[in-house]
Design a protein around this ligand. Structure first.
Ligand code: BES
Ligand code: ZN
Ligand code: ZN
Length: 498
């Protein structure tokens, strides 16, 4: 565990002391740390304006020799009244990055310096541990020179009224960060290694020992038997065979309806016959992030032991052009019997998801969350800051936005109306896979998906093309390059309240 809750610091962490500081509305330094020698250093650097206590700001004092520690790292939290969970999560990530940059391996965290901001011991343990776990992730599987080991932290909770709570929180933060890091890992792997079969294998391995989590994998024969003609239409251009990965978590009574997650797992999207342009095509290994993040959330939910039932479906497929590939103009038949005219083979995510949504909604779950790197248009609409949320169900949309808010993730509701669906009606088939309008491509895609949700199951779709990769600039606990695991925390949080 990268964060240990202790009653007194061990010798090995006495190398670096991490102390947080904030400021008042009137820009006065606010400091809850009780160590006099530390306080005088921070006060001096604040007075000289070298340290302003802004959120995420860090300053390392080497050989400070304060409170039994060799170095002192001071970390800003910004305005005290603005401090939320996410503030601490990001500031802790900045602290991690500063220590890593100066090649440190151990550090102790000053508990009192984070108290008095309305966070209880469990929340503090949780956020610190989650942030440390998330920030410590690095992908070095294919490098000769491996990344240094994760920095080990200790939190001295002797001043906390409830050390056990801090420990409980730290354990939870470990679970959520491990789930997210698994999602990042499978996404970061190169597409010649991480194909649908490998994704299924890795998922099964990761779920081992989690007794309430069952993983079932469907091969091509089974997928054919299930009449998933839309998904198979995408897969048929690749020599890498598709898989449907089903994860069932039973944490509540069997009588309780499960919530359901569906994820797009394109281990590579070349565009098919409607081939994508060359520059940046390598990034399309990340077209499996929606599926990976669903798997990550399920792993975390199982590790947390949440008292809820959740079923997840991931469509693991590769979209390639070859002699067998679907052509523009081909008509596919989805599991529901609806026909789809494929006008652009690069609009493949919705074809994969259509069959999974039919299957998922046949089971009549309490609700369905669908997540996918679905449209480039989402980036045009929102940039990289927000994931787009599409739902006709106001109640479910609110639950999703609230869960994102509690998780510190940025989610923005987008319009989804009947007119968007009209633009997806086909000429030679019931539907066509691209819209008739040039604008609102993401809403048209979302409308297409709603056509495959049966039995009036409340449905929400998350278009995470915006936050597919390289999110470090926005969230310091995400890698600068590589997958970030967007919405894993939001999905976990939603399950927590379900
Ligand atoms: N996987 C892409 C969407 C995407 C693009 C995600 C860039 C992240 C970054 C998806 O399969 C796709 O290619 N969509 C097309 C749809 C179009 C043909 C209607 C797109 O967005 O261009
Ligand atoms: Zn595509
Ligand atoms: Zn795609």
């Amino acid at each position: 565990m990268s964060l240990k809750v202790v009653s007194s610091f061990s010798k090995k962490v006495k190398k670096n002391f991490v102390v947080f500081a904030s400021k008042s509305n009137k820009n006065k330094l606010q400091l809850n740390c009780k160590c006099k020698d530390v306080v005088s250093i921070i006060e001096a650097s604040f007075k000289s304006e070298e340290f302003t206590a802004s959120a995420g700001e860090t300053m390392l004092f080497r050989s400070a020799n304060v409170s039994g520690f060799e170095n002192l790292l001071i970390v800003g939290l910004g305005k005290a009244e603005d401090i939320k969970h996410e503030t601490l999560r990001r500031s802790m990530a900045s602290a991690y990055r500063a220590l890593k940059a100066s090649k440190q391996s151990h550090a102790g965290i000053c508990f009192p310096s984070i108290s008095d901001y309305g966070l209880n011991a469990q929340e503090i343990g949780f956020i610190l541990s989650e942030s440390i776990g998330l920030t410590s992730y690095s992908f070095d599987k294919f490098l000769a020179k491996k990344a240094p080991a994760a920095i080990e932290f200790e939190l001295d909770a002797s001043a906390a009224s409830d050390k056990k709570s801090a420990e409980k929180g730290a354990k939870e933060g470990k679970a959520t960060s491990e789930g997210t890091n698994f999602a990042r890992y499978v996404s970061d792997c190169p597409p010649n290694y991480m194909n649908p079969v490998q994704l299924a294998k890795d998922t099964q391995n990761e779920a081992k020992g989690l007794t309430k989590l069952k993983v079932t994998v469907w091969d091509e024969t089974r997928i054919k038997k299930e009449k998933m003609g839309s998904l198979l239409g995408v897969a048929q251009g690749s020599t890498n065979k598709p898989r449907v990965i089903i994860l069932e978590y039973k944490g509540a009574a069997a009588s309780k309806k499960p919530i359901c997650f569906v994820g797009k797992g394109l281990t590579f999207d070349a565009g098919g016959i409607s081939l994508k342009p060359g520059p940046g095509m390598d990034e399309m290994k990340y077209d499996m992030c929606g599926g990976a993040n669903v798997i990550g959330a399920m792993i975390a939910i199982a590790k947390l032991g949440l008292k809820v039932n959740v079923t997840a479906y991931v469509g693991a497929v590769e979209n390639m052009p070859d002699g067998n590939a679907t052509r523009p103009g081909d008509i596919l038949t989805a599991r529901s019997g609806k026909t789809i005219e494929v006008l652009n083979t690069d609009a493949e995510g919705r074809l994969v998801l259509a069959d999974l949504l039919v299957y998922a909604s046949e089971k009549k779950p309490a609700s369905i969350f669908n997540i996918a790197t679905l449209t480039g248009a989402m980036v045009m609409a929102l940039g990289y800051q927000h994931v787009g949320l599409f739902s006709k169900d106001d109640k479910l949309a609110k639950l999703a936005l609230d869960a994102a808010d509690r998780s510190g993730e940025d989610l923005w509701r987008m319009p989804l109306v009947d007119e968007h669906l009209k633009l997806m009606k086909g000429t030679y088939a019931d539907l066509q896979n691209i819209g008739k309008d040039r604008g609102a491509g993401s809403a048209q895609a979302a409308a297409f998906l709603t056509e495959f949700v049966l039995n009036d199951v409340p449905f929400a779709h998350f278009d995470m093309a915006t936050q597919m990769s390289n999110m470090g600039k926005y969230y310091p606990y995400c890698p600068d390059k590589g997958a970030g695991g967007a919405m894993v925390r939001t999905f976990i949080e939603f399950a927590r309240q379900a």
